[in-house]
Design a protein. Structure first.
Length: 758
């Protein structure tokens, strides 16, 4: 089983951590690898445990397992839905209508409705059954099965019993009567006793069968009635009797194949088989019309039984996914149809040990296939697919083969195997992350660590922890940190209150982070810090550049305090997919070039001009250039201890940084390129990195918007690929921009210093 590869995110963390410290990282990486391998083995162990657990459960015959599988079988019936039942089985239902309507008619006019006298009250007279049996047999019914136990003398007298006896003596070979096994209570305890019809009805030709159905662990009827008496096989004193269903088929002289299974193949829920109200057979109009003078019953097996709501002969059945019951006579109709059609449902594997072996092979093979997937999420999804596939196969075998295989337990085991792999993978990633976070905490001043924390969403909790830890901290006994604004590769920025000024006005404090805490590195950082502070001191006198308020060193860490600009970043105005008009774009480019002219005159290259580093000041609507953390003093020569090369570190933002800057060779025209790209972004609404280039490497953008030729010419020159062909100074670009008609007057008159809404 191949070990799962480390995720891309973790690889990035490890790569970054290896840059921090070789010795501690090596030890931690070894421990991480050991724990990672252990978690992988745990995944395999859990998979094996599910295999063995599923096999043992299937072989146990435990009631809970049986209950789960029975519910699955009910689900299969529900999924299949009702199907057309055999047409040669019909139910003559003693329903609510048959009990109430004849009695009402007879009471209204006994002479007119004399034919309903036997139905004037319930229970019916035995003569009513005799009349119905006689009419059905004469009409050509194949057999009549009466699901009523005639175990007591008729309450209407012996004459009533003799009428039924006469009918049975004449047509008994085509009649089946019901018997029932009942629990009897005596002083010696309870025992099962057979209650069968009175002796006068048990003529030699009448078939008799028990109507009892075994009830399963889920409280439903699943199996055929003949399975009920099998539980008494060891009781030699118990009278054994065929089932009512077998008796009905015997009376009908139907030769059916021996059932391959013991479960009823239900054609549908209650009401699937056709039902005729019992009293319609004795009512002349109904008998002569839609019952076609009895021809309706020709060659059919007719079941007589109670379906009325007051009768307690109702049972939950497998076909129902709930506890909705079905009348006993309807269950018998399904059972008789099951025997006739040879569709009895059978367990595919009857032996419990063999069931366990089958599940062992099934779940074991799927677990092996799952383990060969490389990614844990793929293992989980694959396990769900395999689990569902086995469920589909089991359903198909049930519907088309009437076979029951262990289904739910293997499906759960297969799915849980994939979940186990996923869980252990999440645990492995959590362990790795926790170890790497420990490294990050240890090297929290590292620029690499701060860059990772600022870019990875799943490490934002570290930022929250840092916010809580820093909140209220006072720097230089004066600046009280309110919140962390953000963190970049070499700095961290806070909003702070100046506690030594009236009203405690807020300011921005930037902490510069040296790449190393070694003495020589700190000395170099101190020189660079002082140089940057001097640069910002010069630039801060401009109205559209934040003013430097203070700078200091504390605990070998360096801090700059700057004016806080109340406004919003320009990126809120330059949204993706939304272009602004030409005049507004000119206004933005003009303001930036004016500020850039001042910056370049002070021999400074900004190197990171982009919408998020430009603030729209709310007080006057002017654009303020911020974040000079990437500035380069164009007059500084390489230090002696640095590599003797004209290159510097490649700093900037993709799309806004030209090629020479990415290679570490920034020029004044590099900032002009960034302003030009910002203008193009404003006009097109397209991110710079998404713009295509032509064969000469130049950006193709004018076809993405409607722009005047003169403005397009200026912007295209600002973003030429060759820095030597661009404007070499911001003032030169500003001059050409102003040459586009009376642009200053047009811009100022139309826009002035409009403050866009927040």
């Amino acid at each position: 089983m191949a070990e799962e590869p480390t995720s891309t995110l973790t690889k990035n963390y490890v790569s970054a951590a290896n840059k921090l410290s070789s010795k501690p990282t090596k030890v931690t990486s070894t421990a991480s690898a050991r724990q990672s391998r252990w978690m992988l083995r745990l995944g395999h162990l859990l998979g094996g445990a599910w295999v063995m657990g599923a096999a043992l459960l299937s072989a146990s015959g435990w009631d809970l397992v049986e209950l789960i599988e029975k519910k699955t079988l009910s689900g299969f019936f529900q999924l299949r839905g009702p199907i057309v039942p055999p047409a040669d089985i019909v139910i003559l239902a003693i329903d609510d209508q048959s009990i109430s309507v004849p009695a009402q008619y007879y009471k209204t006019d006994p002479k007119q409705y004399a034919y309903l006298e036997t139905l004037k009250s319930f229970p019916y007279q035995r003569a009513a059954y005799a009349q119905v049996i006689t009419k059905l047999i004469k009409a050509g019914a194949r057999s009549v099965a009466v699901d009523v136990v005639f175990d007591m003398p008729s309450s209407y007298g012996a004459t009533d019993d003799r009428q039924l006896q006469t009918a049975l003596q004449k047509y008994g070979s085509k009649v089946a009567l019901a018997a029932v096994y009942e629990n009897s209570q005596t002083h010696q305890g309870s025992f099962m006793q057979l209650t069968d019809p009175q002796k006068i009805f048990r003529t030699g030709s009448v078939s008799i069968g028990s109507v009892n159905f075994p009830v399963e662990v889920d409280g439903k009827v699943h199996r055929l009635a003949n399975e009920f008496s099998k539980s008494f096989a060891e009781d030699s004193l118990m009278e054994k009797l065929a089932s009512f269903d077998e008796a009905a088929l015997t009376a009908a002289q139907v030769n059916y194949p021996p059932p391959k299974g013991d479960r009823i193949y239900f054609w549908g829920s209650a009401g699937t088989f056709e039902q005729i109200p019992f009293w319609h057979v004795l009512e002349p109009e109904n008998w002569n019309t839609y019952l076609q003078q009895g021809n309706f019953f020709k060659d059919k097996i007719v079941l007589i039984g109670a379906t009325d709501q007051l009768n307690n002969d109702y049972h939950p059945v497998a076909v129902s996914n709930s506890n909705k019951p079905m009348s006993g006579v309807e269950i018998h109709a399904n059972a008789i149809a099951t025997l006739m059609s040879g569709k009895a449902i059978a367990p595919a594997i009857r032996s419990l040990p063999l069931q366990g072996l089958f599940v062992l092979m099934l779940v074991g093979s799927t677990t092996l296939m799952i383990s060969r997937r490389k990614l844990s999420i793929n293992r989980f999804l694959y396990s769900l697919a395999l689990s569902g596939t086995w469920g589909g196969i089991s359903y198909g075998l049930f519907v088309y083969g009437q076979l029951i295989f262990p289904t739910t337990v293997p499906m759960i085991a297969i799915a849980m195997t994939g979940l186990s792999y996923l869980g252990t993978s999440v645990a492995r990633e959590s362990i790795r992350k926790r170890q790497l976070v420990d490294i990050f905490q240890r090297y929290k001043t590292s620029a690499v660590v701060q860059e990772i924390i600022s870019q990875q969403n799943d490490l934002q909790d570290l930022i929250q922890q840092r916010d809580i830890a820093l909140s209220g901290k006072i720097l230089a006994r004066r600046y009280k940190i309110v919140k962390v604004l953000g963190s970049g590769g070499f700095s961290e920025t806070y909003i702070a209150e100046d506690t030594q000024r009236p009203g405690n006005p807020q300011c921005v404090v930037k902490q510069l982070k040296p790449a190393s805490t070694k003495p020589e590195a700190l000395q170099l950082a101190r020189r660079l810090f002082n140089s940057e502070a001097q640069t910002l001191e010069k630039l801060g006198i401009h109205d559209q550049i934040p003013q430097l308020l203070a700078y200091f060193e504390e605990d070998d860490e360096f801090y700059l305090v700057q004016e806080r600009i109340i406004g919003h970043p320009l990126k809120q105005e330059l949204l993706e997919g939304r272009a602004i008009d030409e005049i507004a774009a000119i206004k933005i480019v003009r303001d930036l070039l004016q500020t850039l002219t001042f910056v370049h005159k002070n021999n400074v290259i900004h190197r990171d001009i982009k919408p998020s580093n430009i603030m729209r000041r709310h007080s006057d609507g002017k654009l303020v250039l911020i974040d000079f953390g990437a500035v380069k003093d164009a007059t500084i020569k390489p230090l002696d201890d640095q590599e003797q090369s004209p290159f510097t570190i490649g700093i900037g933002t993709q799309g806004y940084a030209p090629s020479e800057q990415c290679f570490g060779r920034p020029h004044y025209s590099s900032d002009i390129y960034a302003v030009g790209m910002l203008g193009i972004k404003a006009l097109t609404g397209v991110a710079p990195r998404e713009l295509n280039r032509d064969a000469d490497g130049e950006i193709k953008w004018s076809n993405r918007t409607q722009v005047s030729h003169s403005l397009a010419k200026v912007l295209s020159k600002m973003v030429l690929n060759d820095f030597k062909q661009r404007y070499q100074s911001a003032s030169e670009a500003l001059e050409d921009l102003r040459a586009i008609g009376a642009i200053d007057d047009l811009v100022d008159s139309q826009y002035g210093y409009h403050i866009p809404p927040k």
